[in-house]
Ligand binder design. Sequence first.
Ligand SMILES: NC(=O)c1ccc[n+]([C@@H]2O[C@H](COP(=O)([O-])OP(=O)(O)OC[C@H]3O[C@@H](n4cnc5c(N)ncnc54)[C@H](O)[C@@H]3O)[C@@H](O)[C@H]2O)c1
Length: 268
Amino acid sequence: MKRLEGKVALVTGAAQGIGAGISRVLATHGAVVALTDVSDAVNETAEALRGDGLTAHGWVMDVTDRAQVDGVVEKVIEEHGKIDILVNNAGIYPRRRLVEMDDDFMTRIFEVNVFGMFRCARAVLPGMMERRYGKIVNMSSVTGPMVGTPAGGQTAYAATKSAVQGFTVALALETAQHGINVNCVMPGYIESRSAWGLRGSRVEEDAEEAMKEFGMNIPWGRQGTPEEVGELVLFLASDESRYITGASMVIDGGNILQEEFLGPYHPK
Ligand SMILES: NC(=O)c1ccc[n+]([C@@H]2O[C@H](COP(=O)([O-])OP(=O)(O)OC[C@H]3O[C@@H](n4cnc5c(N)ncnc54)[C@H](O)[C@@H]3O)[C@@H](O)[C@H]2O)c1
């Protein structure tokens, strides 16, 4: 039997990147997956999964809009009977130095990365508590507890990703007696089109080469893939991890272990 057979998962920010990778892995392991995203491209992403014989449905849902979040959660429960797994992945990572930041910028990044997660968890929890079963996985980052770039511009993003960890431990305690696990993952550098510009690619044509070169700064010799993050989420969403709650797990190919960069690294 597949590890997530009979389970229903809702993933936010699932149109592309890490969220799409997580959705693919959860569906491959038997879950019915509701892919949600502010972009309607999520419907094509879900269609591609169905094309591979997986059970996936696309929903347009902006995590900054309470009515949309509550409405989609209600409809998914109506259609599939329950939500067992929530993956709070939707996030944005614009960079701006503090002295150049206006209040709209600060508010926007917290609205998506932090309060979006609050809204989704609040919407799914009553059903999970009633059934005494639930797995919530939140997307933090290694940027938060630490910050890798001397170039600056990451005060807002780092603050949101540290907030994800605070939320995770507090909610884990609040829900442990209801049989619910709440954990977070802290990815390092994961392949993502959205991050090309931040990682040395100037134009689309040089992206592959630039990403390969960037990967040489990482001890593992490359960036991680969205599916590798998906495998970690699969573990945290499955019953094998039932006694783990409030944990933060780093997945970064050893990148934060280095005190001094002596690279580039070439995989042997
Ligand atoms: N890529 C990395 O290296 C990396 C590293 C650490 C953490 N993360 C985190 O992983 C998550 C996914 O990152 P990614 O690189 O796949 O990004 P991405 O930009 O490829 O995907 C993010 C998705 O979230 C969606 N989204 C944005 N705002 C939304 C909203 N208001 N409501 C619903 N959906 C919304 C976007 O449309 C997009 O499809 C983010 O939370 C990010 O902070 C990424």
